[in-house]
Design a protein around this ligand. Sequence first.
Ligand code: SAM
Ligand code: SF4
Length: 475
Amino acid sequence: MKFTPEKYNIPDEPQVPYIDTKEIWNYLYSAKPTSERIKEIVSKSLNKERLNLEEVATLIQANSSDQIEMIKTGARQLKQKVYGKRIVLFAPLYVGNLCQNNCEYCGFKATNKDTVRKTLNNNELIKNVEALEQNGQKRLILVYGEHPRYTPEFIAENIKTVYGVKTGNGEIRRVNINAAPLSINGFKTVKDAGIGTYQVFQETYDPEAYKKYHKGGRKAAYDNRLVSLDRAQEAGLDDVGIGVLFGLADWRFDVMGLVRHTNHLEACYNVGPHTISFPRLQDAAEFQVDPEFAVSDEEFTRIIAILRLAVPYTGMILTAREPKHIRKEVLQYGCSQVDAGTKIELGAYSEKENKKQDLNQEQFLINDDRSLGEVIDELIEGDYLPSFCTACYRKGRTGEHFMEFSVPGFIKRYCTPNAILTLAEYIIDYAKDDTATKGWLLIDKNIGELNEPKLEASLKMKIDRIMHGECDLYY
Ligand code: SAM
Ligand code: SF4
């Protein structure tokens, strides 16, 4: 099938829908994935240049195992070269599952009468945050269904409550949000409450598939969701996260959609997305999705490698929807953040018993229910450097992923030392003995590798201060 695009390169306008399906399909159908061309594109990305849609389409259409290997090797090199071994940890906290929409894939959809509906009250919210802090978490993402009760003021109040909870040395230093898109004023309200990133996933950029799976409710309006993060930008909230729920439509189209969205934000606001999420569909109550576009493990790995090369400056988030072995495998291709110790049943963090997952209580099933301690232990074993760093955000260094990527020495000066300091804090306050032993060895090794005597000395002094009871030290 060949399409003739009606329009090319229309300049992007703020708050104007920017997906042209024919244009995207045309890029995909006319791509010529020769090994030579793929090599060129991978080298361009390794030279820290952003890829255009034609180049991304060529990577997507790579068809031999050699070509796919070239892409994966390139992504692995880019990750090592630019970001090193640091992995940032966070946990999701589900605040409320009331929802007026009917997304066919989600257990919270309005038509699902069996789901137990709940919104954490202030006391429950505090209890859950305390439990998360007692495990060592420092970064949370608050998650909500879409409901009139979840106003910007309500979300802002929750954010302030979370920041106010302190248990021993525990505190939450960064609160991100995943909730329904807001108006410009709504985004201003949550920004003023001090959020980090506001995530809105388009789910699928394919308008036909979108229509099929979003019937009724505000979310049915594709264009409104497509430009929702423009409204965030207009509100001055420039730290936004985009995402696709892989499995709803052809993954090739949706990877192009993510890159097209990135282009739009760059063109209109001079800033790309802070993070990209790429969840794969999981089983949920009354799950009604055609398996035609299910993404295999091999395709999933490829998606991550292609996205890493396409948008090399953006944070990439991998969640506990994926099983442990897949998480371990794909980390190397460029993921920079993972959740750990995840529980998605409302209020579950403060419950003593670890309950079995129940489809009527949860949005979907997760496949990695390991504790934060277990995930940290595995990261250390794999020579990754676990990090709870929130320094850039609090020092006003916005666009940190971009700086990590583009400012020479940024990782060495800020990210690695801050990862080391937050890991030292975690070890002292929360780690089991064997994790602590391995963790200190990893810290020593990473300090040695900095190869900067002044920074090493300053870092050692800060670690000493942490050992003597101080916390939250950073560069
Ligand atoms: N209700 C808001 C919305 O839809 O934008 C907030 C986000 S919803 C609670 C969080 C995300 O979960 C959705 O954007 C969707 O991508 C994802 N999700 C929903 N059902 C899922 C499923 N069955 N498997 C995996 N992810 C799912
Ligand atoms: Fe509601 Fe969000 Fe689930 Fe859709 S994905 S049913 S909007 S909670």
